[in-house]
Design a protein around this ligand. Structure first.
Ligand code: NCD
Length: 310
């Protein structure tokens, strides 16, 4: 069979399945095992073009670092709102121009649907690096890879997802992705930040889940605790944010209630939802997770750019 990912857009994690995740995970393992010289052949002479209309640290830098490790280069606009967009250029034109200068595009944009639209006008494959509150598929890929690496399996795990489940796009991509596995998922949020009703049905079809508001109640059951930031920038009203700010805080006291071999993940950036004291404990996997972000993105880029796969 050919390489499914060759020249493909990555817009929604719903377009992928377990077999395709395995292709990415195996490619990631191979890339990690390769010598730097071998790795540099995978995107030699190729250019990644990025357009970020929203702030980013890990996503953009890990894509750049990944492309560099494959022997390619990156060009782009890290603060696209201050580019010609400010003069009134449309997203379509900005994307068309970027696709003239690069072999693969990475887009982060504040609007739901932005990536799907951009992929239609782009002459080159486009990767969604965050579209509004909708999805962040490459984050879900690195999340699954982290779980698989750190817990040695995905099936059979009990996973708690806590925080801003209403606006957190990483949560949606993660839940859609987990729908491919036999996992027990528990969603914990303040009532105002529950998973959006329009997505509940779709997620439930793939993944039965429980919902609650109290984190401590089930803390002793989780193999994985996935913590998210309250997405302040998505709130229409500052007062509404003030009401839910600081709803959950994982400190050393909480770890005592967790399984000894449980892991804590977070897409980052974190605010106060995980205390820095937790960082040096064996539970903390969020920095390892960010490291895997570079590796899994390198694998994805290599698969998109090489017809024969890797
Ligand atoms: C996330 C995002 O942009 O959705 N960041 C990331 O890429 N790791 C999470 C967040 O901003 O809270």
């Amino acid at each position: 069979m050919g390489n499914f990912f060759f020249q493909k857009d990555i817009i929604s994690i719903r377009d992928l399945d377990r077999e395709k995740f395995d292709t990415i995970f195996n490619a990631t393992d191979k890339i990690i095992a390769m010598s730097p010289n071998e790795r540099r052949e995978l995107a030699r002479g190729k250019t990644l073009g990025y357009l970020f209309f929203e702030p980013s640290t890990r996503t953009r830098l890990s894509f750049e670092a990944a492309m560099a490790s494959l022997g390619g280069t990156s060009i782009g606009i890290a603060d696209a709102l201050s580019s010609s967009t400010k003069k009134g250029e449309s997203l379509a034109d900005t994307v068309r121009i970027m696709s003239l200068y690069s072999d693969v595009l990475v887009l982060r944009h504040q609007l739901d649907g932005s990536s799907r639209f951009a992929a239609e006008v782009s002459a080159k494959p486009l990767i969604n690096a965050g579209s509004g509150t909708e999805e962040h598929p490459t984050q879900a890929i690195l999340d699954l890879y982290t779980i698989r690496k750190e817990k040695k399996k995905i099936d059979g795990l009990k996973i708690g997802v806590v925080g801003d489940l209403k606006y957190g796009r990483t949560v949606y991509s993660l839940l859609y992705a987990l729908g491919n596995y036999k996992v027990d998922v528990h969603l914990i949020s303040p009532p105002a930040l529950k998973i959006r009703a329009d997505s509940t049905y779709e997620i439930q079809k793939r993944l039965p889940f429980k919902e609650s508001t109290d984190l401590e109640e089930n803390l002793d059951e989780f193999d994985v605790l996935y913590v998210t930031r309250i997405q302040k920038e998505r709130f229409a009203d500052a007062e509404e944010y003030a009401k839910v700010k600081g709803s959950y805080k994982i400190g050393l006291d909480m770890l005592k209630k967790m399984k000894d071999d449980a892991i804590i993940m977070h897409p980052l950036p974190r605010l106060d939802e995980i205390s820095p004291e937790v960082d040096s404990t064996p539970y903390a996997k969020y920095f390892t997770q960010a490291q895997y972000g570079k590796d899994t993105r390198a694998a994805l880029l290599a698969l998109i750019l090489n017809e024969k796969g890797i």
